[in-house]
Write a protein that binds this ligand. Structure first.
Ligand SMILES: Cc1cc2nc3c(=O)[nH]c(=O)nc-3n(C[C@H](O)[C@H](O)[C@H](O)COP(=O)(O)OP(=O)(O)OC[C@H]3O[C@@H](n4cnc5c(N)ncnc54)[C@H](O)[C@@H]3O)c2cc1C
Length: 347
């Protein structure tokens, strides 16, 4: 089997890694270098967590995604994740916490609703408001995204994958040699809305060192945020959860003064004990927005295009890699794969 992959983000590289493991002849093309620092996948970490509110399909798919990562680690020669646990916060009126807890309990995932006083004791560095509900689960990991990409590239190369850097493939191009082509162009794909997202890395105040450090998420409201603890020698990261739905991934990645000011306000509103002169190193990353955040697999088993993102698809990278190869090999039905990745199969 000869496979062409367009886009060397997490999805393209996971497909390539599984394909070469099957003995296929694989070519990967990226418009930039591989891995590409401008891709959505390129950062210190991306999170894998169960709370998905009312979206039972994706909650269930997280369990399947964890299994797929377990099969991926041996192919990469190491395990690139750190378990942090998950503390999710949301205003009571959103129903996000209650729905997440019900879905997680149905799957047998350890989870509790805790009161705001317990939350304040668990994460004293985060401001939790009295009108908010809080979920705590010991599950949830920081996937070490950059290291995963580097390991994928290294092991793809070792197994003979042909990596074509700075090779932009035009829309609709057909590779004469390929039995199957997989397109995963991230925020550059047609049919998606690129979304510019602000994040900031910072050094925590010394007083935080004694705190427990789970990931902290507020995913339901318009003023949502996430906080990733400094794991594996990375900095701490604060991100705006709301999708901007604006910009283009070729735009300059340094933050405007307005974007930086908004992040500073978010940090002061949500985090405690920050010194007035604390420096936020801000940058903009892009992801692709798709309708209702549901990943789309377009085309046919011979020419597939993955349009995903919406700020939550990295965790499913290993699963996408396996599923796409199964479809290309005729082991999984294309329609079933579409439903699975759209989070429409409650397993
Ligand atoms: C700030 C931020 C936080 C996020 N947090 C999380 C999280 O916590 N958990 C989670 O699961 N997900 C998260 N995501 C989402 C996740 O990172 C992305 O959905 C995922 O990485 C997308 O991977 P991809 O392979 O589809 O695209 P990308 O990683 O963008 O890769 C696409 C590649 O295609 C290449 N390309 C595009 N067009 C062409 C062309 N014509 N020819 C050749 N090459 C081309 C690009 O150069 C690029 O390298 C987050 C995203 C962002 C931006």
């Amino acid at each position: 089997m000869k496979l062409a992959v367009v886009g060397a983000g997490i999805h393209g590289l996971c497909v390539a890694r599984h394909a070469v493991q099957r003995g296929w002849d694989v070519h990967v093309y990226d418009q930039g270098c591989i891995p590409n620092p401008l891709s959505s996948s390129f950062d210190e970490h991306r999170l894998i967590r169960y709370p998905y509110g009312h979206d039972d399909g994706y909650t269930a798919l997280v369990a399947t995604a964890y299994e797929a990562w377990e099969r991926m680690w041996p192919l990469l020669g190491d395990r690139y994740h750190i378990e942090t646990g998950t503390l999710a916060i949301s205003r009571r009126t959103t129903g996000f916490i209650e729905a997440s807890v019900k879905a997680m309990q149905r799957l047998g995932i350890a989870v509790d609703i805790i009161d705001t006083e317990q939350a304040k004791a668990l994460v004293p560095h985060v401001r939790v408001h009295d009108d908010e509900e809080v979920l705590w689960s010991p599950t949830g990991d920081a996937l070490l995204a950059h290291r995963i990409l580097v390991a994928l590239v290294r092991t793809c190369r070792e197994h003979g994958v042909h990596l074509h850097e700075r090779h932009k493939v035009r829309e609709g191009h057909e590779f004469a040699y390929a039995d199957c082509t997989f397109w995963a162009r991230g925020a550059w794909a047609s049919g998606v809305l690129p979304s510019r997202q602000s994040i900031a890395y910072f050094r925590p105040p010394a007083t935080w060192k004694t705190c427990r450090h789970p990931m902290v998420l507020d995913l339901a409201g318009d003023d949502g945020f996430y906080l990733v603890p400094g794991v594996a020698k990375s900095g701490w990261k604060l991100g705006v959860h709301r999708s901007s739905g604006a910009g283009h991934p070729d735009d300059i990645r340094s933050l405007t003064s307005d974007e930086l000011k908004r992040l500073g306000t978010l940090a002061r509103t949500r985090l405690q004990g920050l010194s007035s002169d604390m420096r936020l190193t801000g940058l903009a990353c892009y992801y692709a927005l798709v309708d209702k955040g549901r990943f789309q697999l377009h085309g046919s088993p011979r020419i597939m295009e993955f349009r995903g993102g919406s700020g939550h698809s990295f965790k499913f990278g290993a699963l996408v890699g396996e599923t796409v190869c199964q479809v290309a090999a005729g082991e999984t039905d294309f329609g079933d794969a579409q439903k699975l990745l759209a989070g429409q199969v409650v397993i």
